[in-house]
Design a binder for this molecule. Structure first.
Ligand code: ADP
Ligand code: MG
Length: 281
């Protein structure tokens, strides 16, 4: 889904290109510049430098503890940077907050909070409401439409704690949709969901992309990276590689990202293959 300048010219003519450059539309969604992040003075992200494109589905991939969630939280301004800077559409996060949606890791949320599914989705509208306005009819209609997109209309009145993990994840996605952001950060949106929910989430991500939105998702399933994503960031405390999936998601780069652990995985896969094909004697 990369949209090179040539394509823009073909699609909209030079006029549109001139219009875009007159408005100085940044082609970069997230710019991470020399970023180091530390917890208790121990760095967990080192000198990360990466630019993410606009309008693509972008995976952040790396082993446990690689700093993937930390990178999202840093970009969202939820944790301080030890050094460096991050801009969102060319602005500091505090000026870009209304353009950004966040789907946190499911395990990081207290699901016992007594709130209905519809209320959770309506929270996505608060950024648009300001301090005093309460959600109105339009907000409820948008929220219900977003629940429809994730197949959860029938659960609107249900307490969020009474849903399965996959259903909770769908509701979180609906909340992000209700926000109508330009850029979405999602932390392992597919973790622990059933096949039907995975399909529903992929469908929503593709709709977001078709609408010109950018999605940056931490993703743990290497198998599905090429099918689901356009662009990939390989991370292991340091940036290992970043770019289009077709050129960046290579075995060599994965080796560098996962080190010995990938070798073990390879060996396991190889032995399964051998056992499956070798004739029994
Ligand atoms: N709040 C925190 N306080 C201290 N250390 C943390 C905190 N959050 C994460 N870490 C540590 O930072 C490293 C990166 O964590 P994280 O970003 O969650 O990795 P990932 O999402 O790639 O699994 C890990 O070693 C983790 O233990
Ligand atoms: Mg994580």
């Amino acid at each position: 889904m990369r949209r090179p300048v040539e394509q823009l010219v073909q699609e909209g003519g030079a006029g549109r290109l001139a219009e875009a450059s007159a408005r100085a539309e940044p082609a970069v969604s997230v710019e991470v510049h020399d970023v180091t992040v530390a917890y208790n003075r121990k760095p967990v992200l080192w000198d990360v430098d990466v630019s993410l494109p606009v309008g693509e589905l972008i995976a952040i991939v790396g082993p446990n503890g690689a700093g993937k969630s930390t990178l999202l939280k840093a970009a969202l301004g939820l944790i301080p940077l030890a050094s460096g800077r991050i801009t969102i559409f060319g602005r500091p996060i505090r000026q870009a907050r209304s353009m950004v949606g966040y789907v946190p890791q499911r395990e990081s949320v207290d699901w016992d909070f007594p709130v209905s599914v519809l209320d959770v989705v309506l929270m996505g509208r608060y950024g648009r409401l300001g301090w005093v306005r309460r959600p109105g009819r339009i907000d409820r209609e948008v929220a219900m439409a977003c629940l429809g997109k994730v197949g959860m209309t029938a659960y609107a009145a249900r307490q969020i704690s009474q849903l399965s993990g996959g259903q909770q994840q769908r509701v979180f996605l609906a909340r992000a949709l209700a926000q109508d952001a330009s850029l979405y950060f999602m932390d392992e949106p597919f973790a622990g969901v059933d096949a039907a929910t995975e399909k529903a989430i992929v469908e929503v991500l593709r709709q977001l992309r078709a609408a010109g939105k950018t999605v940056v998702a931490v993703h743990h399933d290497l198998q599905t990276v090429p099918e689901y994503f356009d662009h990939v960031v390989l991370l292991n405390m340091r940036l290992i590689a970043a770019g289009p999936v077709s050129s960046t998601f290579t075995h060599a780069n994965l080796q560098r990202t996962y080190g010995g652990r990938l070798t073990l995985l390879d060996e396991a896969a190889e032995s399964v293959r051998r056992n499956a094909t070798e004739p029994l004697v």
